[in-house]
Design a protein around this ligand. Structure first.
Ligand SMILES: [Zn+2]
Length: 72
């Protein structure tokens, strides 16, 4: 495994899975894939794990900010 250069490689999004009582912070770019994998493996493809609802609303802002940064 390569050493991860950690910390500030972008915004992280908290995800939760009420059934597994899983809480994790996932880099924004990996969230969709991680959720899909988790739900696929553990919940027969049901969308059980999801982005923390408290953050979901502000997620649009985070993404918009990212896009803004990328656009430069
Ligand atoms: Zn789960």
């Amino acid at each position: 495994m390569p050493t991860s250069s950690d910390s500030d490689d972008g915004p992280r999004v908290p995800i939760i899975c009420p059934e597994c009582e899983t809480h994790a912070r996932i880099p924004l770019g990996d969230v969709a894939e991680r959720l899909e994998n988790h739900n696929e493996r553990l919940h027969d493809g049901e969308a059980v794990a999801e982005v923390d609802p408290e953050v979901k609303e502000s997620l649009a802002d985070i993404v918009a900010e990212e896009m803004g940064l990328l656009e430069g």
